[in-house]
Design a protein around this ligand. Structure first.
Ligand code: M6R
Length: 612
């Protein structure tokens, strides 16, 4: 979603800002802009990509050592030149960039209009900068104070950075509900929505907390206060990120690179946690809440999108192995219900970005009801990682492609570790069985590697079906969430309508869709329900549907029936999602490429969904 970049120091700001925006392109956006300070505030902005902004700026004056820049993902007002950020204040003395939503903008705007202000855009962000200017004018305060006072009047979420013509030696930034990181260099500061634009300049960062307001001056220490005017000591952390992780590394797209990184990301997610010699799993984050986790009456998993699918795999894992009842909830629904929660409940919040607004709000709700919240996050320092009581990072490394791939398999890996650990501590698994599963998990990266190699026929399948209008994905048990994930991957990057269903549900409705033009992907690796899936395949075949089947190596029965077959190595049933997902990711990737779609930045989508 929207991306923020800011710079203050001795270097030219423009190249830093533009490079920063390019690093944030993966978040998804529809317009871009910069504001540069040089005696006055120059704002350049336009609809389209960062490259369009560069063309638009062309030879316009860009000499400045202080500036802010933004990529906007439209919420209030269509994507156009006027609604793009930065926004000027009424008299053009200030400019703001803003992520998030000011919920009470309409009433503030009305009040300002009554007082003679004239607005140019449809955005809530413009309202905020007008309000700040109005406060400065009426209360005769400096920019920092005006921002602080204004933020006490707004309801909603924000990450903002402001420049002022009258205070040309500083930036003011603040956050609530939307992320903002400040990179601390030598006599200079870098601001961004996440660390990716900062890492090439400094490893030292401060993550602003909710309701922090920061005064940023070059050559001076950072000053942070709360909106309620309490002093805070900024906590400088060292980033573990490395710049190569943010490059494509020879791959055509980030998504493809990330698909191929899965042997490593899965291994990194269990490295140091899985101990074959001692036959145990140790997870630092679980130690403090061991007693609560062990005695949990119920686990509630909250997440969105792909992370929700990982949560569904988690449901099967926790129930199968640890015998704890599990409910998996869309965070967006959970937060607006009146869920029944108690102190005996464990809530597991899953999020790659750690910034998903609905998941964050669901966490706050569950916390308020006394539940213990365990986070499974990929981004260290993210809002969700900080909002939870305890947690385990997924160690997938930065995921840049909007379509989640390696984050999913890393989440499933961590949930597998958690379920196994709980099973052992609750005595619901034998020592031998535990050892069998962790031994197999330990060699899963090699099997993922093999799956990546052997699924070469995926390209041929992609060519055959790239122009169809619909796809159906069917699976049972552990493969049902895989079917959902396969369908989501296809629709988000290729814009082909795709549905995932439990295979046996097909006859209750989706079977009506089957004709000779309908490809149906079956994940047919199950042991217990294999024959039943075979029957479902027969039902599709009888209606001339085209069958693409993911099967276990050596399978003969489904091979006979299917039009196309992709083999994956044999493994434990509960670990199949880690393998079966791979060819589905590749299938959607190749179809999207063949359709000429923007794989890494699909239309309308954002990588971290920081608005509800
Ligand atoms: O960062 P999160 O895991 O919280 O994001 C949740 C969803 O927005 C995300 O998984 C989304 O569905 C992806 N685009 C799927 O590929």
């Amino acid at each position: 979603m929207c991306g923020i970049v800011g710079y203050i120091g001795d270097k030219q700001a423009y190249p830093i800002l533009i490079n920063g925006l390019k690093r944030l392109e993966y978040r998804g956006y529809d317009s871009a802009g910069v504001a540069l300070l040089n005696g006055k505030v120059d704002v350049y902005k336009c609809k389209g990509k960062v490259a369009d902004l560069e063309d638009f700026i062309g030879k316009k004056p860009i000499d400045s050592k202080i500036g802010i820049a933004h990529t906007r993902w439209a919420t209030h007002g269509e994507p156009n030149n006027v609604n793009a950020h930065p926004h000027y204040s009424q008299n053009n003395d200030l400019a703001i960039i803003h992520n998030g939503i000011i919920e009470n903008y309409a009433s503030i705007k009305k009040e300002l209009i009554n007082r003679g202000y004239v607005f140019e855009s449809d955005t809530d962000s413009e309202v905020l900068i007008y309000l700040i200017e109005d406060i400065q004018k009426n209360e005769q305060v400096n920019l920092f104070e005006a921002v602080r006072i204004a933020l006490n009047q707004v309801i909603g979420a924000y990450a903002i950075v402001i420049v002022s013509k009258h205070e040309p030696n500083l930036l003011v930034a603040a956050r609530k509900g939307s992320p903002l990181v400040i990179g601390v260099g030598k006599g200079e500061y870098f601001l961004a929505s996440d660390a990716s634009p900062i890492i090439e300049y400094t490893k030292h960062v401060v993550y602003l907390e909710d309701e922090d307001v920061a005064l940023i001056k070059k050559d001076e220490p950072l000053v942070v206060k709360t909106v309620k005017n309490k002093d805070k000591t900024p906590y400088v952390q060292e980033l573990e990120l490395n710049i190569n992780q943010l490059e494509k590394g020879g791959f055509e797209h980030f998504m493809l690179k990330e698909i191929y990184e899965q042997p490593k990301s899965i291994r990194d997610s269990f490295r140091g946690r899985l101990n074959l010699e001692q036959n145990l799993i140790s997870m630092g984050g679980m130690i403090e809440y061991e007693h609560k986790l062990k005695n949990a009456k119920r686990i509630i998993i909250i997440a969105c999108g792909t992370s929700w699918h990982a949560g569904l795999v988690g449901e099967y894992l926790f129930e199968d192995l640890a015998r704890i009842p599990v409910e998996v909830e869309y965070a967006s629904e959970f937060r607006y219900r009146n869920p029944v929660l108690s102190e005996d409940d464990i809530v597991i919040a899953i999020s790659q970005s750690g910034e998903t607004a609905d998941t964050l709000a669901a966490i706050e709700l569950a916390k308020s009801k006394g539940a213990t919240i365990f986070g499974v996050c990929n981004v260290v320092g993210s809002s969700i990682a900080r909002a939870t009581h305890a947690g385990a990072f997924t160690h997938a490394g930065p995921e840049i492609g909007v379509a989640s791939t390696k984050a999913f398999t890393a989440q499933v890996t961590v949930l597998t570790l958690m379920a196994l650990h709980l099973a052992q501590s609750r005595g619901t698994i034998s020592t031998t069985r535990f050892h069998e599963i962790i031994t197999e998990l330990n060699i899963i990266p090699e099997k993922v590697e093999k799956t990546l190699k052997t699924s070469s026929q995926v390209k041929e399948i992609a060519e055959r079906f790239k122009d169809v209008a619909n796809f159906l994905y069917l699976g049972r048990g552990y493969n049902f969430p895989v079917a959902l994930e396969g369908a989501l991957k296809l629709k988000e990057i290729s814009y082909i309508h795709a549905e995932g269903y439990p295979a046996a549900e097909m006859k209750h409705g989706p079977i009506a869709l089957i004709d000779e033009d309908m490809p149906v992907v079956f994940i047919a690796t199950n042991r217990g329900t294999y024959e039943k899936v075979v029957s479902n395949i027969m039902e599709v075949k009888a209606r001339k549907g085209k069958i693409i089947a993911i099967v276990t190596e050596g399978d003969t029965e489904v091979k006979e029936l299917a039009d196309y077959v992709i083999e994956i190595p044999e493994t434990e049933e509960m670990l199949v999602p880690l393998l079966a997902t791979i060819p589905l990711q590749k299938l959607s990737y190749h179809i999207a490429v063949k359709r000429g779609c923007n794989v890494d930045q699909p239309r309308n989508l954002a990588k971290s969904v920081t608005v509800e």
